[in-house]
Design a protein around this ligand. Structure first.
Ligand code: NAD
Length: 287
């Protein structure tokens, strides 16, 4: 059982949405929180919210794509609050576009922020946890990674998030040898600023920020009956998963039906295909 109270946590993307919800809930449950975000003023605002409620927080500007910046963020939070034993690698950005409509920089950004962002955080924080034989790593993936054949026009995002799921589920096995936990979150729909603010997170080297909105097809949302849950409720669910070292947490139980539906067709198709192939090969080979 991983207790939250008395620990030092870091939340990347802590200035908004799910990350803000995690930071506030961690503080409410007694952790000191390093709030890391590429938009520093949002990290400061969340740290102030925590402190106004009597909690302890330290805001830090950090672009998780930059490995050196993540290492520096780790050093800064450790100096300000103490050894970090809870990492929430949550920062991310999305895209809903055909690959042919995206520039190379757009694709690189989505892969880097989602996949390398989590990887850089693990490389910065995991070795200390292994040394201390104590800690928990949590990362935010997506149901778009769990079911990468579900949402159209989401290829780089789905690919990167599926990578995060693989990384985290496999790390869960290895980390257990050192008494370190690992949990991956697959949110379905959570109230956040992603639709309105996503493009403002794009760093200069990937084309820089714009104020464009992300366009998610409303017919897709309606067809799948997606419900957007409040981030505070999802944060409570996530911390329960951390306390009990669950390898994976889904934000909404209603996603089960979508999961079964999308995987059934893929699994039947792939397995029927190989069965038919094997049967044909066996029939054509000499006895
Ligand atoms: N909201 C949902 O329905 C949903 C669904 C699936 C997955 N997710 C994932 O949840 C995570 C949080 O997103 P959200 O929905 O809360 O959106 P959000 O836009 O409200 O928050 C994203 C946060 O990440 C920060 N960020 C972006 N790029 C960064 C970078 N390079 N370095 C540091 N910080 C950076 C932003 O400044 C922002 O504070 C993301 O990984 C996202 O992919 C969200």
């Amino acid at each position: 059982m991983t207790e939250i109270a008395g620990r030092v946590a870091v939340v990347t993307g802590g200035g908004s949405g799910i990350g803000r919800g995690l930071a506030l809930e961690l503080a409410a449950q007694g952790a000191a929180v390093g709030v890391a975000d590429i938009i520093f003023e949002n990290a400061v605002a969340v740290a102030k919210e925590i402190e106004a409620k009597g909690g302890k927080a330290h805001p830090v500007k950090c672009d998780v794509i930059e490995r050196n910046a993540v290492q520096a963020m780790r050093d800064e939070v450790t100096k300000a609050l103490g050894r970090v034993s809870l990492l929430f690698a949550n920062a991310g950005a999305t895209s809903f576009e055909k690959v042919t409509d995206m520039s190379e920089s757009d694709v690189d950004w989505i892969i880097h922020v989602n996949m390398m962002g989590v990887t850089n955080c693990i490389l910065a924080f995991y070795p200390d946890m292994v040394k201390a034989r104590d800690g928990h790593i949590f990362a935010t993936a997506s149901t778009a990674g769990l079911m990468p054949h579900w949402i159209p026009y989401h290829a780089p995002y789905s690919g990167a998030k599926m990578g995060v799921i693989g990384l985290m589920l496999n790390l869960n096995l290895e980390a257990a040898e050192y008494g370190v936990g690992a949990t991956v979150l697959c949110p379905g729909g959570v109230v956040s600023n992603m639709k309105a603010k996503n493009m403002s997170y794009r760093p200069e080297r990937f084309g820089g920020p714009t104020d464009e909105e992300v366009h998610v097809s409303s017919s897709f949302v309606e067809h799948n009956k997606l419900v957007f849950r409040p981030a505070d409720k999802v944060a409570r669910l996530c911390l329960k998963a951390v306390r009990t070292n669950k390898p994976m947490v889904i934000s909404d139980g209603k996603m089960r039906e979508i999961f079964v539906r999308t995987y059934q067709s893929l699994v039947h198709d792939a397995f029927d295909f190989v069965d038919e192939f094997d049967a044909a090969e066996a029939a054509s080979s000499p006895p």
